[in-house]
Design a protein around this ligand. Structure first.
Ligand code: ADP
Ligand code: MG
Length: 261
């Protein structure tokens, strides 16, 4: 079971879109996949068609240790893809477990228990809120690796060093084997010269860490969540869906190299 956390403390960079579509693409090639929604906004849950009223057991319950992953995981319309949905209850979590020892390890412990008890998943993707709070720290402490979406815009690199510093801190304290899986450039607009410059800058700065696959800006991708569907189900042929399918195969290839190394 590989656990990949999708994080960037900036909002609107494509974390949730990447989580939903990467999870769908992995499921489509037969990988048993779980998406854990750790954003109180619950956009990943909504985008996978999980109604708010149906979220009886959620990621909040998992982090409060009142439910297991198996109890919280709900099936989606995508075969092989389950989701642990989120609710606004997550907003209060930080206060509720502020004094508890091991509070940064709540997700790791739940996933570890799941793996020992009933390993139902090949991949677990965790969608983070747009901040470096206890929820994101839980997601980083639980992960094998981090995947960072960066939007192709002028301030793309701004904030990246803070994020990488946090990854470094988590490695030093909570999770020594945490690895930077890669950086995916999102919402690329080929008609925009600036976007091409951003791609060059990010590649120059981050080198091999940047995936070859670039996700284009694509209206079908942004429409899909309002139908409660991943873009890959809504319109598999659109350029955005095709890019996420390529990203999934690139990730599988990197995983194979990691296993071989
Ligand atoms: P985050 O989770 O980082 O806040 P989202 O994935 O929710 O970011 O994306 C922010 C907004 O951008 C959403 O409205 C989403 O539909 C839109 N979006 C994301 N990726 C694309 C894309 N490739 N093409 C067009 N719109 C996109
Ligand atoms: Mg989001």
């Amino acid at each position: 079971m590989r656990i990949i956390t999708i994080a960037n403390q900036k909002g609107g960079v494509g974390k949730t879109t990447t989580a939903i579509n990467l999870a769908t693409a992995l499921a489509a090639i037969g990988k048993r996949t779980l998406l854990v929604d750790l954003d109180p906004q619950g956009n990943a849950s909504t985008g996978l068609g999980i109604e708010k009223d149906d979220r009886e057991v959620s990621s909040y319950d998992v982090l409060m240790e009142t439910a297991s992953i198996t109890e919280a995981a709900m099936p989606t319309a995508v075969p092989n893809l389950s989701v642990v949905a989120s609710t606004l209850d997550l907003l209060g979590l930080e206060m509720e477990i502020a004094g508890a020892t091991g509070r940064a390890y709540r997700l790791r412990d739940a996933l570890h228990f799941h793996q020992v008890e009933a390993p139902l998943f090949d991949f677990v993707l965790v969608d983070c809120p747009p901040s470096l709070n206890l929820l994101t720290i839980n997601a980083m402490a639980a992960a094998d690796s981090i995947l960072v979406p960066l939007q192709c815009e002028f301030f793309a690199l701004e904030g990246l060093s803070q994020l990488l510093q946090t990854v470094e801190q988590v490695r030093d304290s909570l999770n020594p084997t945490l690895d930077l899986h890669g950086i995916v450039l999102t919402m690329y607009d080929g008609r925009n010269n600036l976007a091409a410059q951003v791609v060059r800058d990010v590649r120059a700065y981050m080198g091999e860490h940047v995936y070859d696959t670039i996700i284009p800006r694509n209206v079908r991708v942004s429409e899909a969540p309002s139908f409660g569907k991943p873009a890959i189900l809504y319109d598999m042929k659109c350029s955005g869906s095709q890019a996420y399918i390529r990203l999934a195969s690139e990730i599988i290839q990197r995983e194979r190299k990691l296993v071989a190394a």
